[in-house]
Design a protein around this ligand. Structure first.
Ligand SMILES: [Zn+2]
Length: 288
């Protein structure tokens, strides 16, 4: 947090230094834009092949083959979800929240991709529809579907409140993955990673740069739709924060289930091929 009264006096040219225009760190103009029209055309005649209901304050795993779609749907009322994605055949390749943020910005919507961890770095999923894309950024700089938070977890909760709470998203995701992979929770826990905060409305305060949340604009029937670029294992937690208007890491908030619907298109989108891993192979070839 920036101090209100910094120790260091500003230099004589402080205003000039501050006036330098920013440049985008990672311009994505060079990337081929996702063919959203083509993806959406592939939905014609699709068949729903799976459905997973995630109970409030719990998480569930689901699998989506490459070339299928899935939707995360609000069911009874405003509810935020924490999403993890893995390569279904290699849990070492998982969603890379930080690089996705660097590429696409703080909040994701239609046309953005969820990129995988190094050394793989390929699109795992492409967002093909977002019924909350009307929200944009509000007057506090808040928006939905962030990749700036992590996931609520019992360690931070204990650090800040001194208490223990066992249904944080981190715990829920850990238990869901443990059950799905038939491993003890302590073994599955290191595979849980920073999430896409589905439906959560968040930002950074302008004065102190602190992470904030506010009541999600999501309502029953809203959904976020993804196209699976590779075979995916997903885990979704229905956050104990509910709509995250007040607090998380407790049983205080009103919570609702979330649903994952999985669809198989009749044919793959025209011209689509499942992306390969990054072509860079030089990490051990350089002169140390
Ligand atoms: Zn949570």
């Amino acid at each position: 947090m920036k101090p209100a009264h910094p120790d260091a006096a500003p230099p004589a040219d402080a205003a000039a230094r501050r006036a330098i225009r920013p440049v985008i760190c990672y311009p994505v103009d060079a990337l081929p834009p996702p063919d959203i029209v083509g993806y959406r055309a592939a939905r014609d005649g699709w068949e729903q092949v799976g459905q997973v209901l995630v109970p409030p304050r719990e998480a569930r795993c689901f699998e989506v083959p490459a070339g299928h779609f899935f939707r995360i749907v609000g069911v009874d009322g405003p509810q935020v979800g924490d999403l993890n994605l893995w390569n279904a055949h290699d849990l070492g390749e998982r969603f890379f929240s930080g690089k996705t943020r660097a590429l696409h910005g703080t909040h994701l919507s239609t046309g953005d991709r969820m990129w995988s961890s190094l050394p793989h770095l390929r699109p795992m999923a492409t967002i093909t529809q977002d019924t909350l894309d009307w929200y944009g950024f509000d007057e506090w700089g808040g928006s939905v579907h962030d990749v700036i938070g992590t996931r609520c977890d019992p360690y931070t909760h204990r650090l800040l409140s001194g208490g223990d709470y066992h249904h944080c998203c981190h715990s829920n995701l850990t238990w869901a993955l443990a059950r799905h992979t038939a491993r003890p929770p302590a073994e599955a826990e290191p595979d849980v990673h920073d999430v896409l905060n589905v439906f959560m409305c968040t930002g950074f305060t302008r004065d102190t740069g602190q992470y904030f949340m506010k009541a999600s604009p999501v309502r029953a029937g809203d959904f976020l739709e993804f196209f699976a670029e590779i075979d995916l294992l997903g885990a979704l937690s229905a956050c104990p924060g509910g709509d995250c208007s007040a607090e998380h890491s407790s049983d205080t908030a009103a919570c609702h289930p979330l649903r994952v619907d999985i669809f198989r298109p009749r044919a793959a989108p025209a011209g689509w091929v499942s992306p390969g891993r990054s072509g860079y192979g030089g990490i051990s070839g350089r002169l140390a």
